[in-house]
Design a protein around this ligand. Structure first.
Ligand code: GUN
Ligand code: ZN
Length: 641
């Protein structure tokens, strides 16, 4: 079994590389359905790779098998020869035809062996298609028989194998199916969902995928059978879908429909040049209706596939930028059914929280659902825990956490007891010292653009000073210390807060925000986006002393320890354990099994994925003994307009 390598991620959305015998598939990827009969292909597979820059295709081994002249050519020239395509070819098994026509005359073993004989890169088990409307007994039976066939198929095939996950509308069956498929499959293929896609039942689709989620091995790519409309790509990628297949581009073309990421438009309604794609540029879309049917169908199929390829590229770019949620929310604006689907995702947010990065470069509110993203859910839960045992907090207007902003904020009463302030944010009141934390620290929402113009609103009331208050108290210093302790506790737990005492914080001269915290002039922590305190080598040593094992740690296999100590990235297969509460993008102490500190790094994987991914990096080393990582970088440009 070959490994899937995670390159970049945004929550469950993954940018990956998957090696097949005919080259790599870069995910998320669409594998367009192509007909095995060259006479019946609207777009030749060769062009799919060259012109549309899609990595692979999927075709039906069953249709190939049951059509004698095609079957002979496939057996003679291989499926790549038949299709005249030298990239990755996945073959489906005929389960869908079985479902659509009632029966197929081929057995599971025969069709599996046939897929092997014709050289399929990724063969699919002949599963039992479980309808979303199936009753519990039929659904359970479908899951059981699919797994039985998958076990037999695994024993017969050493090449890549896709195992469908069935279970209909029953969450416990979806989970059971995913758990059973995981150890057998190279590709976990969520099936039985075509009716949901056709009927725009995206909330049911989200529930089906989320139910399977905990059972899906994180080291395997996930496929969603039949998802080929660009409007669902961002939504499905959010649920952790890596591969898509569909004949929609061709089917929609046949009935005169144009696909866009915002939805579907019938050709006859189009009177204006609404598409700027290459193909519509060649044959203006508003003139297409008058062309001969075959030409029109071909042109529409090309437009549709072009839109699919473009949207898939946008999904990948959004993952790189940490903007997949924004994209999915914007797409959900295209159809209420998608909005319903996204609402179901939000309700299942607990499945997504473990993969949530500690921070993203920005948080842009794109819809009313923005404040329910998993990053917000996790933030609010942790604010609740942070606040417990402290308090009471008093509410005041929001202040910028800069020297100018903090100067006016009383920090303590005359008796030395601290004033605890919280300030309103788009997700409710948040302790002042945490206002820079992701997501509230980089929240861009309509509120900011709807504030009264300066000087027109009521003047912000200066907080009254009690007579006991010492006007000479340096409030900025007091707040900076509080902020530092708060951020260290937020990231590393209560044991780390004590490190703040002797540290001296430095603020950016341009923005006034915390930049670093040093001891005797040597930086211990550098603050990244989301006010994450990232330790230098000195900071890591201090943290290692302050925070008991296994807190904030990833345990490195002894074989890899010397390399990690020398600054090399930690590969997933060398992870031996660690703190399961760590999150992607967050800092971690890298230690050997005897808890000797080797280095400090930044997580790419979530702890539940580490050690399971066979290929790729789990943690990038950011500082170690010989490279202490004390470069004080100016704030990274936000990268958002
Ligand atoms: N194509 C669309 N849905 C399915 C499915 O559930 N199983 C298989 N094998 N192919 C499909
Ligand atoms: Zn177009």
């Amino acid at each position: 079994m070959t490994g899937f390598e995670l390159v970049e991620r945004d929550g469950l959305g993954r940018l990956g590389r998957w090696a097949t015998p005919h080259g790599e598939i870069r995910t998320p990827a669409l594998l367009p359905v192509v007909h095995p009969d060259p006479e019946r292909q609207t777009i030749p597979p060769r062009e799919i790779r060259r012109e549309f820059r899609l990595d692979g295709v999927i075709t039906s081994s069953y249709i190939t098998w049951r059509t004698p002249p095609i079957r002979e050519r496939a057996e003679r020239d291989g499926i790549h020869g038949l299709l005249d395509f030298d990239g990755p070819v996945m073959t489906d098994s005929g389960a869908f035809q079985q479902h659509a026509y009632g029966s197929v005359e081929v057995g599971p073993e025969e069709i599996l062996d046939f897929q092997g004989r014709i050289g399929s890169d990724i063969a699919t088990v002949l599963d039992i298609f479980v309808e979303p409307s199936a009753g519990p007994a039929a659904a359970a039976e479908g899951v059981r028989r699919t797994l039985e066939r998958a076990r037999a198929a695994r024993a017969r095939r050493s090449g890549l194998l896709a195992v469908p996950v069935q279970g209909g509308a029953y969450p416990e069956l979806r989970l059971e199916s995913a758990e059973g498929a995981s150890p057998l499959a190279d590709l976990l293929a969520i099936g039985g969902v075509v009716p949901l896609l056709e009927q725009y039942r995206f909330a049911d689709l989200a529930r089906a995928v989320l139910a399977a989620r905990p059972g899906l091995a994180p080291e395997r790519p996930v496929h969603l059978f039949g998802a080929g409309h660009p409007m669902v790509f961002a939504f499905a990628a959010l649920l952790g879908v890596d591969l898509f297949d569909s004949s929609s581009y061709h089917k929609f073309a046949r009935r005169g429909a144009l696909m866009f990421p915002e939805g579907t438009v019938p050709l006859e309604r189009i009177r204006e040049p609404v598409c700027g794609c290459r193909l519509c540029g060649e044959l203006p879309i508003e003139e297409m209706a008058g062309r001969p049917p075959a030409e029109r169908e071909r042109a529409l199929a090309r437009h549709n596939l072009f839109m699919c390829a473009l949207e898939m590229a946008r999904v990948r770019q959004a993952i790189r930028d940490g903007q997949l949620w924004e994209l999915a929310e914007r797409r959900a604006g295209g159809h209420p059914a998608l909005l319903a689907g996204l609402r179901a995702v939000v309700r299942g947010a607990r499945h997504l929280v473990a993969a949530e990065p500690v921070a993203r470069p920005a948080f842009r509110a794109a819809s009313p659902l923005s404040s329910l993203r998993p990053g917000v859910i996790r933030f609010l839960a942790r604010v609740g825990r942070y606040r417990a045992g402290r308090g009471p907090y008093r509410l005041r207007d929001r202040v910028p956490l800069t020297p100018d902003g903090l100067r006016g904020v009383p920090a303590q009463a005359a008796d030395g007891s601290p004033y605890r302030w919280e300030c309103p944010t788009p997700v409710g009141p948040v302790p002042l010292e945490l206002l820079e934390v992701y997501p509230v620290g980089c929240w861009v929402g309509p509120e900011e653009f709807d504030a009264p113009a300066a000087g027109t609103g009521p003047a912000e009331p200066e907080p009254p000073l009690t007579p006991e208050e010492d006007p000479n108290v340096d409030r900025v210093h007091a707040w900076t210390a509080r902020q530092l302790a708060g951020l260290l506790e937020w990231q590393y737990g209560t044991d780390a807060a004590s490190l703040a005492g002797p540290l001296r914080a430095e603020r950016s001269r341009s923005t006034g925000r915390l930049r670093s915290a040093s001891l005797g002039g040597s930086p211990h922590f550098l603050f990244g986006p989301g006010a994450v305190p990232r330790p230098t080598w000195l900071g890591a040593q201090a943290l290692h002393r302050a925070v008991p094992y296994p807190g904030s740690r990833i345990v490195v296999d002894p074989d890899a320890a010397p390399f990690v100590a020398g600054g090399k990235s930690l590969f997933s297969k060398f992870v031996r354990g660690g703190d399961s509460s760590l999150a992607p993008e967050g800092p971690a102490l890298l230690v050997d099994p005897d808890d000797h500190l080797l280095a400090v790094g930044r997580l790419l994987l979530a702890p539940f994925e580490m050690g399971r991914m066979e290929r790729g990096i789990a943690v990038r080393v950011t500082a170690h003994a010989r490279n202490p990582g004390t470069e004080v970088a100016e704030e990274a440009p936000p990268g958002y307009g």
